[in-house]
Design a protein around this ligand. Structure first.
Ligand SMILES: Cc1cc2nc3c(=O)[nH]c(=O)nc-3n(C[C@H](O)[C@H](O)[C@H](O)COP(=O)(O)OP(=O)(O)OC[C@H]3O[C@@H](n4cnc5c(N)ncnc54)[C@H](O)[C@@H]3O)c2cc1C
Length: 352
């Protein structure tokens, strides 16, 4: 890891001022004196620095900015999550569990309890892909500027089954999968101090648009909060993660479903797949398969099959297709009341 200058920011303004100023002396030859990064909990950032993927001259600690870790909810306005809200806070919040269940489930099942206690929402959305070729110093991959995506010819069991360009990495944020299902909005403070509100569907960037990054964030741009719309009375949601281990790992497949139901008839639905593509994907085919229909075993299974119509597996990851079909079916079915029962079906998924 290169040496760098450390700054503790006491406010958003101070963090941006430091990031936007240049460093007067070079810290170490390999560090980029003008490159500055924000550090929240540092879980992803320190890995990137240790892997040599990020060599900043300045690290600006935003973890202690007062008020940056607050959650506010009202039935009229919806939910506002400060960028430094931790995954554990999201998991423990009663309003989130009641009104935005899929988000509660995504946060509760990510990583490990220790990581969830530290990891922030902003850092979770801005984390880089965990593609092992991208993360390895030994591979100069397509995302780093070469013409080769090693996953095409090498080990690709955890890679994309939906293709949007040559890079077949998958996005690592489970929270993004749930937030896209709720049509969340990301509040970003730009370099010049201007605030912009970006629908989360436009926050992630496909490699066909820019292979060097996964989000629209530019230098010095800071996520300040994430806003979710007010809950609708007949909303139901669910999230399922399938991993190779019960805990401690990113998903190999995950799905978040948010639907408006009248009894068991689906009026509208959003079905989002994570770990399927380089960005979270809202499957319109899956949503169409259940919209206007009664949710039962057959329609739920149709949703899973429909979502996978556009899947094209790589040499080692065809197993992901039945996994997605199954978790989509389960996630959809869990929204419905089973015949003769007044309660919704039990929720599925893993939790440590
Ligand atoms: C073993 C393990 C298992 C994991 N499993 C999962 C999982 O199942 N699901 C999942 O979603 N994640 C998983 N993670 C990832 C983990 O959740 C993220 O690394 C973490 O959320 C990053 O948050 P952070 O606060 O540490 O971010 P940092 O490491 O501090 O920052 C990450 C990046 O975001 C930028 N950044 C941070 N805050 C902001 C901001 N407010 N505005 C703009 N940019 C910002 C930083 O500059 C940096 O580039 C796992 C991690 C580990 C180590």
């Amino acid at each position: 890891m290169n040496k760098f200058k450390w700054y503790d920011a006491a406010s958003v303004e101070e963090a941006q001022k430091v990031v936007n100023s240049t460093v007067s002396e070079t810290i170490q030859p390999e560090a980029d004196p003008n490159a500055s990064v924000f550090k929240a909990a540092g879980i992803d950032l320190l890995d990137l620095m240790k892997e040599g993927l990020s060599q900043p001259g300045k690290v600006v600690n935003i973890k202690n900015i007062p008020g940056f870790d607050e959650i506010s909810f009202s039935p009229e306005k919806g939910l506002i999550l400060g960028a430094n809200v931790t995954l554990s806070q999201i998991s423990a919040d009663g309003n989130i569990k009641t009104h935005y269940l899929a988000l509660h489930q995504a946060a509760s099942q990510a990583a490990t309890p220790q990581i969830r206690n530290m990891a922030t929402l902003g850092g979770n959305l801005a984390q880089r892909t965990r593609c092992w070729y991208f993360r390895s110093k030994d591979y100069f991959c397509f995302r780093k500027g070469s013409s080769t995506c090693f996953a095409h010819i090498g080990k690709n069991e955890f890679h994309a089954i939906m293709h949007y360009g040559y890079c077949v990495s998958v996005h690592s944020s489970s929270l993004a999968t749930a937030l896209l299902a709720f049509d969340a909005i990301v509040e970003i403070k730009g370099k010049e101090g201007k605030t912009k509100l970006v629908p989360i569907k436009d926050f992630f960037v496909l490699p066909t648009v820019d292979r060097t990054k996964e989000t629209i964030l530019g230098p010095g741009e800071l996520i300040t909060s994430v806003i979710l719309p007010k809950p609708v009375s007949n909303w139901k949601s669910n999230y399922i993660k399938m991993g190779s281990r019960k805990s401690q790992d990113w998903p190999i497949a995950e799905v978040a479903v948010v639907a408006e139901l009248s009894e068991n008839v689906c009026n509208s639905a959003k079905i989002v797949l994570g770990a399927a593509a380089p960005v979270p994907i809202a499957s319109t085919l899956a949503a169409e398969a259940i919209t206007g229909k009664t949710i039962d075993d057959i329609t739920a299974a149709h949703a899973g099959k429909a979502a996978m119509e556009i899947a094209v597996p790589l040499s080692e990851n065809a197993y992901k297709i039945p996994v997605f079909e199954t978790i989509i079916k389960r996630a959809v079915l869990a929204l419905a009341k089973p015949p003769g029962n007044t309660k919704n079906r039990g929720l599925q998924g893993t939790k440590d």
